[in-house]
Design a protein around this ligand. Structure first.
Ligand SMILES: Cc1cc2nc3c(=O)[nH]c(=O)nc-3n(C[C@H](O)[C@H](O)[C@H](O)COP(=O)(O)O)c2cc1C
Length: 158
Protein backbone atom coordinates (compact mmCIF):
# COMPACT_ATOMS: atom_id res chain seq x y z
CA UNK A 1 0.00 0.00 0.00
CA UNK A 2 1.53 3.31 -1.05
CA UNK A 3 1.72 5.44 2.09
CA UNK A 4 2.41 9.11 2.76
CA UNK A 5 2.48 11.34 5.85
CA UNK A 6 1.01 14.87 5.82
CA UNK A 7 1.44 17.17 8.81
CA UNK A 8 0.65 20.63 10.15
CA UNK A 9 2.85 21.94 12.96
CA UNK A 10 3.32 25.34 14.65
CA UNK A 11 6.37 24.81 16.87
CA UNK A 12 7.81 21.67 15.29
CA UNK A 13 6.48 18.98 17.61
CA UNK A 14 4.10 17.40 15.10
CA UNK A 15 6.70 17.82 12.37
CA UNK A 16 9.15 15.80 14.47
CA UNK A 17 6.62 13.03 15.14
CA UNK A 18 5.63 12.95 11.47
CA UNK A 19 9.29 12.63 10.48
CA UNK A 20 9.83 9.77 12.90
CA UNK A 21 6.79 7.93 11.52
CA UNK A 22 7.82 8.44 7.90
CA UNK A 23 11.36 7.21 8.64
CA UNK A 24 10.05 4.05 10.30
CA UNK A 25 7.78 3.41 7.31
CA UNK A 26 10.33 4.60 4.73
CA UNK A 27 7.52 6.60 3.16
CA UNK A 28 7.12 10.09 1.73
CA UNK A 29 6.25 13.06 3.91
CA UNK A 30 4.81 16.48 3.04
CA UNK A 31 3.50 19.56 4.81
CA UNK A 32 -0.28 19.57 4.72
CA UNK A 33 -0.24 22.54 2.32
CA UNK A 34 0.69 19.92 -0.31
CA UNK A 35 -2.34 17.74 0.37
CA UNK A 36 -3.13 17.56 -3.36
CA UNK A 37 -0.26 15.05 -3.58
CA UNK A 38 -2.51 12.62 -1.69
CA UNK A 39 -3.93 11.50 -5.04
CA UNK A 40 -0.76 9.41 -5.58
CA UNK A 41 -1.15 7.36 -2.35
CA UNK A 42 -3.46 4.71 -0.89
CA UNK A 43 -2.88 5.26 2.83
CA UNK A 44 -2.67 8.83 4.10
CA UNK A 45 -1.30 9.45 7.58
CA UNK A 46 -2.56 12.88 8.67
CA UNK A 47 -0.89 14.49 11.70
CA UNK A 48 -2.03 17.62 13.52
CA UNK A 49 -1.56 19.38 16.82
CA UNK A 50 -4.38 21.21 18.57
CA UNK A 51 -4.34 24.94 19.38
CA UNK A 52 -6.61 27.59 20.87
CA UNK A 53 -9.43 25.79 22.63
CA UNK A 54 -9.53 22.58 20.67
CA UNK A 55 -8.76 24.07 17.24
CA UNK A 56 -7.06 22.34 14.36
CA UNK A 57 -3.47 23.55 13.78
CA UNK A 58 -3.53 26.62 11.48
CA UNK A 59 -1.72 25.17 8.44
CA UNK A 60 -4.55 22.70 7.99
CA UNK A 61 -7.11 25.44 7.29
CA UNK A 62 -6.21 25.88 3.63
CA UNK A 63 -5.57 22.13 3.27
CA UNK A 64 -9.12 21.50 4.49
CA UNK A 65 -10.49 23.69 1.70
CA UNK A 66 -8.67 21.45 -0.80
CA UNK A 67 -9.85 18.28 0.95
CA UNK A 68 -13.43 19.48 0.69
CA UNK A 69 -13.17 19.37 -3.10
CA UNK A 70 -11.41 15.98 -3.26
CA UNK A 71 -12.85 12.46 -3.44
CA UNK A 72 -11.38 10.22 -0.73
CA UNK A 73 -13.53 7.18 -1.43
CA UNK A 74 -10.53 5.06 -2.41
CA UNK A 75 -8.34 6.34 0.45
CA UNK A 76 -7.50 4.87 3.81
CA UNK A 77 -6.63 7.38 6.49
CA UNK A 78 -4.74 6.99 9.77
CA UNK A 79 -4.74 10.00 12.09
CA UNK A 80 -2.12 11.30 14.53
CA UNK A 81 -3.12 13.88 17.14
CA UNK A 82 -0.57 15.80 19.19
CA UNK A 83 -1.66 17.67 22.33
CA UNK A 84 -1.12 18.48 25.97
CA UNK A 85 -3.38 16.56 28.35
CA UNK A 86 -2.29 18.43 31.51
CA UNK A 87 -2.84 22.00 30.33
CA UNK A 88 -5.66 21.33 27.84
CA UNK A 89 -7.40 18.31 29.31
CA UNK A 90 -10.87 19.46 28.32
CA UNK A 91 -10.03 19.86 24.62
CA UNK A 92 -7.34 17.20 24.39
CA UNK A 93 -6.31 16.53 20.75
CA UNK A 94 -9.67 17.85 19.48
CA UNK A 95 -7.98 18.87 16.22
CA UNK A 96 -7.83 15.22 15.22
CA UNK A 97 -11.63 15.07 15.27
CA UNK A 98 -11.86 18.00 12.85
CA UNK A 99 -9.60 16.16 10.39
CA UNK A 100 -11.68 13.02 10.88
CA UNK A 101 -14.99 14.76 10.20
CA UNK A 102 -13.86 16.48 7.02
CA UNK A 103 -12.10 13.49 5.46
CA UNK A 104 -14.94 11.17 6.47
CA UNK A 105 -17.42 13.43 4.71
CA UNK A 106 -15.32 12.96 1.54
CA UNK A 107 -15.58 9.18 1.72
CA UNK A 108 -12.37 8.08 3.48
CA UNK A 109 -12.18 4.92 5.59
CA UNK A 110 -10.13 4.94 8.79
CA UNK A 111 -7.63 2.65 10.46
CA UNK A 112 -5.50 2.97 13.57
CA UNK A 113 -7.78 3.77 16.51
CA UNK A 114 -6.03 3.45 19.89
CA UNK A 115 -6.91 2.91 23.52
CA UNK A 116 -7.27 5.89 25.88
CA UNK A 117 -5.55 3.88 28.63
CA UNK A 118 -2.51 5.65 30.03
CA UNK A 119 -3.72 9.18 29.30
CA UNK A 120 -5.27 11.53 31.85
CA UNK A 121 -7.72 14.12 30.48
CA UNK A 122 -11.33 15.11 31.08
CA UNK A 123 -12.81 15.46 27.58
CA UNK A 124 -11.79 15.00 23.97
CA UNK A 125 -13.90 15.09 20.83
CA UNK A 126 -11.31 12.70 19.36
CA UNK A 127 -12.71 9.81 21.42
CA UNK A 128 -15.36 7.63 19.77
CA UNK A 129 -16.75 4.46 21.33
CA UNK A 130 -14.12 4.74 24.06
CA UNK A 131 -11.19 4.81 21.62
CA UNK A 132 -9.05 7.62 20.22
CA UNK A 133 -9.62 8.12 16.48
CA UNK A 134 -5.88 7.62 15.89
CA UNK A 135 -2.47 7.71 17.53
CA UNK A 136 -2.24 10.29 20.32
CA UNK A 137 1.10 11.78 21.35
CA UNK A 138 1.78 14.15 24.24
CA UNK A 139 5.36 15.35 24.09
CA UNK A 140 4.83 17.88 26.90
CA UNK A 141 3.94 15.31 29.55
CA UNK A 142 4.68 11.80 28.26
CA UNK A 143 7.56 12.04 25.82
CA UNK A 144 9.07 8.93 27.41
CA UNK A 145 6.14 6.91 26.03
CA UNK A 146 6.31 8.27 22.49
CA UNK A 147 8.67 5.74 20.92
CA UNK A 148 6.61 2.79 22.14
CA UNK A 149 3.33 4.43 21.19
CA UNK A 150 4.54 5.03 17.65
CA UNK A 151 5.96 1.53 17.31
CA UNK A 152 2.85 -0.21 18.67
CA UNK A 153 0.59 1.87 16.47
CA UNK A 154 2.59 1.18 13.31
CA UNK A 155 2.55 -2.53 14.16
CA UNK A 156 -1.23 -2.37 14.48
CA UNK A 157 -1.55 -0.73 11.04
CA UNK A 158 0.28 -3.57 9.30
C1 LIG B 1 -2.03 28.48 23.28
C2 LIG B 1 -2.03 26.99 23.19
C3 LIG B 1 -3.23 26.31 23.04
C4 LIG B 1 -3.27 24.90 23.02
N1 LIG B 1 -4.48 24.25 22.94
C5 LIG B 1 -4.49 22.90 23.02
C6 LIG B 1 -5.74 22.18 23.05
O1 LIG B 1 -6.82 22.78 22.99
N2 LIG B 1 -5.70 20.83 23.12
C7 LIG B 1 -4.53 20.12 23.20
O2 LIG B 1 -4.56 18.90 23.28
N3 LIG B 1 -3.32 20.78 23.15
C8 LIG B 1 -3.28 22.13 23.08
N4 LIG B 1 -2.09 22.78 23.05
C9 LIG B 1 -0.83 22.00 23.11
C10 LIG B 1 -0.18 21.85 21.72
O3 LIG B 1 -0.99 21.08 20.85
C11 LIG B 1 1.16 21.15 21.93
O4 LIG B 1 2.03 22.06 22.53
C12 LIG B 1 1.77 20.56 20.68
O5 LIG B 1 2.89 19.81 21.02
C13 LIG B 1 2.19 21.63 19.66
O6 LIG B 1 2.56 20.95 18.48
P1 LIG B 1 3.11 21.71 17.17
O7 LIG B 1 4.39 22.39 17.54
O8 LIG B 1 3.35 20.63 16.18
O9 LIG B 1 2.05 22.65 16.70
C14 LIG B 1 -2.05 24.18 23.09
C15 LIG B 1 -0.83 24.87 23.22
C16 LIG B 1 -0.82 26.24 23.29
C17 LIG B 1 0.51 26.96 23.48
Amino acid sequence: MKTCVFYGSSTGVTEDIANRVSKLLSCDIFECSQIEKSKDYDLLILATSTWGEGDLQDDWDSALSKIKTTDFNEKKIALIGIGDQDSYGDTFVNGMKTLYDVTKSKGATFIGTTSTDGYSFSTSTAVENGMFLGLVIDEENQSDLTDDRIKNWLDSLK
